[in-house]
Design a protein around this ligand. Sequence first.
Ligand SMILES: [Fe+2]
Ligand SMILES: [Fe+2]
Length: 251
Amino acid sequence: MPPSFFRALERETYAHEPFSANPVLVSSEVNLERVLINYSSLVMWIVPILRIVRDRAAEEGYDHLVKELTRNIAEELGSESEGVAHREIFADCLKEHFGIEVICKTSPRLSHYDPATESFINSLLALVREGSFADALGVIYALEVTATPELRVLGRLINQLAIEKGGTPPLTDEHLLGADTKGEFAHNTTTIQGFLVNHVSTWEAGHRDLLEVAINDSHALCSEAPREAIASGYRNVLGQMTLWWRAMATL
Ligand SMILES: [Fe+2]
Ligand SMILES: [Fe+2]
């Protein structure tokens, strides 16, 4: 697979709706608490989604992908964050900072979210279960590529909600840019600052880059047909995600 394949896909991210124009950032009447609860679905469901693709990779004998997805899942479950799963860190931070309960933090239920989120997650699950294997790879590649810009949107929403509640925004620009890698929070992974800094500076780039490497090392996936399917799964998710963010701006 030429490296330009992934770079070209990545360039499509938000090409039709740039990150700075994310609807929840430009709308003045966003229900911030509901958006945060709905966003938590992505944090809660990433492990089940990755597990489905990892298990399919195992069935199809793609050892490089099994190894990387197992590593990614372990990271989501706390291998680099004091043994605490990212979904638990995020749920605890929402509770601590805003008193928001993400009640399904260990066993997510889709009924917890607004209909736009329920159908978005259901669609992701259907794509990774029922699409071709290459399609499913495109789906998770899209989730890893968009994770960093979306975490920055999340960080801004958290700051906005803190201000709305009369408090101090907990995140600085350095946290949102992942630039504060030597700061006190870089090693304090279970705080909201550590959650943002480590995801943006290291974890998500690792998920994206090492997934690319594992796909490239799987020679059967490097011909024209699987490449087209990866691109199609990727574009499908980007399109749905754009619509989902629009829905979030109107909750
Ligand atoms: Fe994570
Ligand atoms: Fe990730």
